[in-house]
Design a protein around this ligand. Structure first.
Ligand code: HDE
Length: 714
């Protein structure tokens, strides 16, 4: 265990002189806690070398084991205690280290030091999660994704504990246990796992109109992200940023993915949940190992204090966004995740995030959901991590020095010197001492907001409009996104056993969002389509917001996209070389996929080793597929059900497919018509075919194919 070290932040605007992969102040600090057993003797926890790790000490070779065997007892006891409680929500997660670099000196907005200099670097640790499922559940379920960032700033830890959706299901923290009980597996049989498609969830949300906005986000493609790198992140609540002059402004935090934001299609998620439940986690891990880092820009929407009441919603209401068309997002800096943890339990599982971890220059608002969270996160760590010293666990340690008179308790690591464990004291020179607030480097000071009011259990009438922003979201969707939302409500409500719950959701929630949406879902799930909303509705302002549609969040390139190249004996090796080169030039990733893992002989005699077999890495593991020509290989694929399914499934999931030479016969045999994303050409046509293929891939999916794809049996 190392002491808290002074931070080693460097000012390296725009340079790459720091080896980000292996060094930052937090990673250096963690080095002291890392253990490498290479070349070391196996020992007990007391450091005694073990001579025999195979046999218990026993009375005679066939006799009973002896209580005396301290080696066996220690090993089994430790094993028996290996598990800690999983998180009550966000149990399944994966995480990575990285660095945040400020674009500029943002001190006009905040005195927080991590934003105070151009190029200022701050180590981060980010944990992504699903919400509903348990630790072993599948990655690709329809759910909200947690996006929790720990900034190890030189003024202490700032945790931005957000989600990939900008609003929440409830307005008041006192409803959180009810909401979570309703969405988690039902209490009598613990079914279903990782899904909201069951009676208790829809019972609760259909009785809770304030959830309408968040539920439509969850039913949209945002609920099934293709990659953790392809999600937006949001702080959800309105926070305050405060500058050195004490000027406070309201802000909403945003993470904008450099890769763009895009999602899976529903059928793909269902298959992935079985074929690769680690799909998103694996992608994060493997990409970082390959040096293909995940990147986001941190942005804020800023509202002047004087403008607090200028919107037709309440800034304190966590079920509302500030439309980006009303207040644009200002980019403050960039985060790069560039190093995997060394140990999942020690780092990812023991990471303790808390919305109450903030630094000078940032402050809370009176959002009643935020206020409740301020209590809940420490409370949960006390149980999960076994006591109040969880801040001493290496991943949670600040890189700013920590000194106070909090002492003792389970698992204390720090050896505090001195005789005075209280303050003020005159025995130890009065140390550690308070630091007055200052323009920089000062002690934390809460924003002196003027408060008055009666002590009441009541919600402000300004929190009363539950539908206009759900309508705004619906209005902002493209035609395919609307179809996906209708499909998602229909799938989920179709699993609800009680017809009165289906009816309530359709009549009292969906009809108040959009009648067409309500009618379409009603028809799909066998309830009478409503003819009118149940209340008089406020019109959304603006009527629609382009920033809400994923169609407007593509990066325009194919960097990091994964392409399967199907190979079999006799395949055209030259086309593969040329295609692979072009993919590499664009930063895309190619994998050779064979009928089996055995090497394949190309038409020119060269041997190609598959990265995986077709059933081992099915089409759902990729963004696109390329089938090179070669008479013999095409003949083999035409007789191979797995290969044919590969193409049918890629087509069904609206993926770009490039097909050369004889491989075009496969399309005829499978009855797959050419379209903007199904690009064909002669063997020598690689350049032209690749260009069209890459354009289609940059659009993510071939949405125009959706109706045709529905007829494909795959
Ligand atoms: Fe959380 N939430 N939450 N939450 N939350 C937890 O803390 C809670 C809410 C979020 O990767 C728990 O350490 C309450 C909103 C993330 O470790 C717990 C309320 C948002 C994570 C808890 C909320 C979040 C958590 C469970 C309503 C988006 C995972 C384990 C008042 C802005 C952090 C833990 C990680 C985790 C309580 C609502 C995001 C129980 C009471 C809104 C990303 O303390």
């Amino acid at each position: 265990m190392t002491d808290n070290k002074d931070p080693k932040h460097s000012e390296v605007a725009g340079t790459d002189t720091v080896d980000r992969k292996n060094h930052n102040a937090k990673l250096d600090q963690l080095e002291g806690a890392r253990s490498d057993a290479t070349g070391e003797a196996l020992t007990t926890n007391q450091g005694v070398k073990i001579a025999d790790n195979q046999n218990t000490l026993r009375a005679g070779e066939r006799g009973p084991s002896l209580l005396e065997d301290f080696i066996m007892r220690e090993k089994l006891t430790h094993f028996d205690h290996e598990r800690i409680p999983e998180r009550i929500v966000h149990a399944r997660g994966s995480a990575a280290h990285g660095v945040f670099v400020s674009y500029d000196d943002h001190s006009a907005l905040t005195k927080a030091s991590f934003l105070a200099g151009k190029g200022k670097e701050t180590p981060v640790f980010v944990r992504f999660s699903t919400v509903q499922g348990s630790r072993g559940s599948a990655d690709t379920v329809r759910d909200v994704r947690g996006f929790a960032t720990k900034f190890y700033t030189d003024e202490g830890i700032f945790d931005l504990v957000g989600n990939n959706m900008p609003v929440f299901f409830i307005q008041d923290a006192i409803k959180f246990p009810d909401f979570v009980h309703a969405v988690k597996p039902e209490p009598h049989n613990e079914i279903p796992q990782g899904q909201s498609a069951h009676d208790s969830f829809w019972d609760f949300v259909s009785l809770t109109p304030e959830s309408a906005h968040m539920v439509i986000w969850a039913m949209s493609d945002r609920g099934i992200p293709r990659s953790l790198r392809a999600m937006e992140g949001f702080g959800v609540h309105t926070f305050r940023l405060i500058n050195a002059e004490g000027v406070s402004r309201f802000v909403k935090f945003h993470w904008k993915p450099v890769a763009g934001a895009f999602s899976l299609v529903w059928d793909e998620t269902l298959k992935l949940a079985g074929k690769d439940p680690d799909f998103n986690r694996r992608d994060l891990w493997e990409s970082i190992e390959m040096g293909d880092y995940f990147e986001w820009e941190l942005g804020v929407q800023v509202v002047e204090e004087a403008d607090e009441h200028k919107f037709d919603f309440d800034l304190l209401d966590p079920t509302k966004i500030i439309p980006e068309e009303l207040v644009p997002v200002q980019k403050l800096g960039k985060m790069t995740l560039n190093r995997n943890p060394d140990n999942f339990f020690a780092e990812t599982e023991q990471a303790a995030f808390h919305i109450g971890h903030i630094v000078p220059g940032i402050d809370f608002t009176n959002d009643p959901l935020l206020q409740g969270r301020l209590f809940s996160y420490t409370d949960t760590q006390l149980l999960r991590l076994g006591g109040p010293n969880f801040h001493e666990i290496p991943i949670n340690r600040s890189i700013a020095p920590v000194h106070n008179n909090q002492r003792d308790a389970f698992h204390r690591q720090t050896i505090n010197k001195g005789r005075a464990n209280y303050e003020p004291n005159s025995i130890d020179g009065g140390w550690p001492k308070e630091t007055p607030p200052a323009a920089s480097g000062g002690g934390f000071e809460s924003y002196p907001e003027r408060m008055e009011g009666h002590k009441v259990r009541a919600r402000s009438p300004s929190f009363g409009d539950h539908f206009s922003q759900a309508t705004l979201f619906w209005n902002s969707m493209s035609a395919p996104e609307k179809e996906h939302i209708i499909g998602a409500y229909s799938f989920e409500l179709g699993k609800v056993e009680r017809v009165f719950i289906r009816e309530r959701q359709v009549n009292e929630i969906l009809a108040n969002i959009d009648l067409e949406l309500a009618r379409r879902v009603a028809e799909n799930i066998g309830v009478t389509p409503p003819t009118a909303p149940t209340i008089s509705l406020k019109q959304p302002n603006p009527a629609s917001s382009p920033a809400l549609s994923l169609m407007n969040h593509l990066s325009g390139n194919i960097k990091s996209r994964k392409v399967a190249i199907l190979i079999a004996n006799g395949v055209d090796g030259k086309a593969i070389e040329a295609f692979k080169q072009k993919l590499a030039d664009e930063g895309a990733i190619a994998k050779l996929i064979g009928p089996s893992p055995a090497p394949v002989k190309a038409a020119d005699g060269t041997m190609l080793t598959p990265d995986a077999a077709m059933d081992g890495m099915p089409s759902i593991a990729f963004d696109a597929v390329f089938v090179p020509g070669g008479a013999q290989s095409v003949q083999a694929m035409a007789k191979n059900g797995v290969a044919k399914h590969y193409l049918l499934e890629a087509y069904k999931h609206l993926k770009p497919i490039a097909v050369l030479g004889e491989a075009r016969q496969l399309l005829t045999a499978l009855n797959l018509p050419e379209d903007a994303g199904l690009v064909t050409g002669d063997d020598g046509d690689v350049a032209r075919v690749f260009t069209a293929f890459a354009q289609a891939l940059a659009q993510h999916r071939i949405w125009a194919r959706e109706a045709a794809a529905e007829q494909v049996p795959a």
